[in-house]
Design a protein around this ligand. Structure first.
Ligand code: MIC
Ligand code: SF4
Length: 644
């Protein structure tokens, strides 16, 4: 029996377990990346592990999220990350150099390698044939320290692409189509692998748009073969020697297979407030638009920007629309400037933003009240734009640019023929904004700079014999980490300050939650299915821990968030019968009698609702290592016993 692409990479990196689907495996990690909003915590954890020099082939620390410096906090975080990176053997991509995923693809990603990053869109690297996963910062710290990355062996899904895209239809429309087919839960526990003759017509940046938004499917990762297009991209980046060929065996076995005929695709749009609420642009119709934002790790490559510039050239942004464009990296921005394309954008009336996440994470450019904002980004969760009532639509750069001129949602295929947009034979290479680390022998001379905003992170106690606590919060299905721990310009600067952040926990759902949880001293959260979908931020676990949360009981969890709860020392439980969700109301007194023994011995756990007398069986799906981590009270306590 042959192997899929992902199975080949897993096989070459397997250090524990067997490739049996659904069972725990551990992988050797070749590369890591962090960004600043999760990086401060990851490096505090790396320091706590007491490691001198990272053990990976390449680790890079990016500054791209918290670039709005209103107050000392973000600038202090940049100094901390820059200095800690220098000391421990990590490359430092300075603010201004670009969005982590875009820069990593351009300058560091290598086909066939494993990459984990403290950001859920790390699977962008799958566009260049990497096995790339988003992870909590602590898992990234452990990988930098030489430890393996533990996941469940995923199922394999194949998406066959046939035909080729029509003019002005793009990679974004492919992934929006996939989201329409599979939904935000459709990829959980799976790798999405792309194949078929349609793949050859897609460039690496186009493939990366697709693998990037595989995060919105909840997938473990997404991956493309490494072929001639991959080689051409690496060659143009001056890195042809990094190329290796990678393809699935002809007799590889997939758990599910889907077909998408690219010829039949039309421009698509994800409507508020979920990336899988997908319709065609024509179905939604010519709704009036207030704002258009182009950029983010999904759609900020040179080829995306070339198309945008071509649509805007000689035109004027509609008077009722504010258009913001953030090219994804210094390389993209410089090339746009040199080719005169930046001038075409500025002439048309675009507001050019720095190469960073910016509006994607609510760092500025919040829309007007009830404003309709078209964005080339990957998430349109309620409140993420920084306003409670913004109507955010996700779509391609082509749809965005054409709509910005027309003032209404518009279908760019109306533009007719499309000029040839060729990838340059050589990208402009200048890595002067990437600081190399100090030589290991000079590392002790590097001083790590820690400003006053950097506070210690909370550490759990070992699991109690019996947990007695009220249901301090009950929430619905598909709760995102943006609900649990919102981002945005007011809160993000405090990512290294858990006590401060805790005031905003679940603010979107229930502003009273932090005070209630604190007053209770101990609490249990009750959730629906796919709880914790979205970002990798472990703050969505660390902050609840700080607020006294001992367990979270749900219908099901999103992968990265469940791992973060375990690493933090909060017990993740799922209902055996989903209908039992209705047997708990917010405020009920709950008990998990003898839970420690039940976890340790793998016995059935029963949750007792002392308020109404219900006895509710719950599962705790903890494999060997995860069980030990929960019993020890989180990853740090576990590692103190096993690694340090
Ligand atoms: C996001 O897109 O939600 C983020 C901000 O990049 C997060 C990371 C974070 O919360 O810092 C992610 O995707 O993991
Ligand atoms: Fe940044 Fe947005 Fe990408 Fe997250 S999704 S890494 S905030 S650009």
């Amino acid at each position: 029996m042959g192997f899929t692409i992902a199975e080949k990479i897993i096989k070459a990196h397997l250090v524990e377990g067997e490739m049996v689907k659904g069972t725990q495996i551990a992988l050797k990690i070749d590369q890591t990346l962090t960004q600043d909003a999760t990086g401060t915590m990851a490096y505090l954890q790396l320091e706590a592990l007491g490691v001198d020099q990272v053990k990976t082939e390449k680790s890079v620390a990016y500054i791209d999220h918290n670039t709005l410096q209103s107050g000392f906090m973000n600038a202090d975080d940049h100094k901390y990350i820059g200095s800690v990176a220098k000391k421990h053997g990590i490359y430092f991509s300075r603010p201004g150099n670009g969005i982590c995923h875009q820069v990593h693809l351009e300058r560091f990603g290598k086909p066939g390698k494993t990459l984990i990053g403290s950001d859920s869109h790390t699977p962008t690297g799958g566009g260049i044939g990497m096995f790339a996963c988003g992870a909590g910062g602590f898992d990234v710290a452990v990988a930098m320290a030489g430890g393996a990355y533990h996941i469940n062996m995923p199922k394999m899904v194949r998406i066959n692409l046939t035909g080729s895209l029509k003019p002005w239809v793009s990679a974004k429309d492919i992934i929006l189509k996939v989201l329409q087919m599979l939904t935000v839960k459709g990829g959980v526990g799976k790798v999405i692998e792309y194949g078929g003759e349609g793949v050859a017509s897609l460039s690496v940046p186009e493939r990366a748009t697709i693998t990037n938004m595989g995060a919105e499917l909840g997938a473990t990762t997404s991956i493309f073969p490494s072929d001639d297009a991959t080689r051409a991209f690496l060659k143009a980046q001056g890195r042809e020697e990094d190329w290796v060929e990678l393809k699935a065996d002809d007799d590889a076995v997939y758990d599910e297979t889907y077909e998408i005929n690219l010829d039949e695709l039309v421009p698509m749009v994800a409507c508020p407030h979920s990336p899988d609420n997908v319709k065609s642009v024509d179905e939604v119709g010519k709704i009036k638009v207030d704002q258009v934002c182009i950029g983010s790790c999904t759609n900020s490559s040179l080829s995306d920007m070339m198309k945008v510039a071509a649509i805007l050239k000689g035109k004027k942004v509609h008077p009722d629309v504010s258009l913001a464009i953030a090219p994804g990296s210094k390389q993209v921005l410089t090339m746009l400037a040199k080719d005169g394309l930046l001038a075409d954008m500025i002439d048309a009336g675009a507001r050019i933003l720095e190469s960073a996440c910016g509006p994607c994470i609510g760092m500025g450019q919040s829309p007007n009240s009830k404003g309709v904002s078209l964005r080339t980004f990957n998430r349109n969760f309620l409140g993420r734009s920084g306003t409670a009532d913004g109507q955010i639509y996700l779509l391609s750069p082509e749809v965005a640019a054409y709509s910005a001129i027309n003032g209404v949602l518009s279908n760019p295929t109306e533009l007719g023929n499309m000029p040839e947009f060729e990838m340059p034979e050589e990208f402009l290479i200048n890595d002067n904004m990437v600081e190399p680390p100090a030589a290991p022998e000079d590392a002790d001379k590097v001083e790590v700079i820690k400003g006053p905003n950097i506070k210690p992170f909370p550490v759990a106690d070992p699991l109690e014999e019996t947990i007695s606590a009220p249901a301090v919060l009950k929430v619905e299905d598909n709760i995102t980490t943006d609900h649990i721990m919102p981002a945005g310009s007011k809160i993000l600067p405090y990512r290294s300050n858990i006590p401060h952040l805790s005031q905003y926990c679940f603010e979107v759902c229930d502003p009273e939650f932090p005070a209630r949880a604190k007053a209770a001293g101990k609490g249990i959260i009750v959730g629906g299915s796919n709880y914790g979908q979205g970002s990798s931020r472990e703050h969505a676990a660390l902050v609840p821990l700080y607020l006294g949360i001992k367990a979270v009981v749900t219908k099901s969890f999103a992968r990265i968030h469940e791992a973060n709860l375990i690493n933090t020392g909060i017990l993740p439980l799922t209902f055996v019968n989903e209908a039992d969700y209705d047997k708990i109301n917010q405020g009920d007194e709950l008990e998990l009698p003898n839970v420690k023994e039940a976890v340790a011995e793998g016995k059935q756990i029963v949750l007792v609702n002392k308020t109404n007398g219900a006895e509710i069986p719950v599962n705790c799906n903890l494999g060997g290592r995860n069980k030990e981590i929960i019993l020890a009270g989180g990853l740090l306590n576990y590692l103190k016993k096993h690694m340090l």
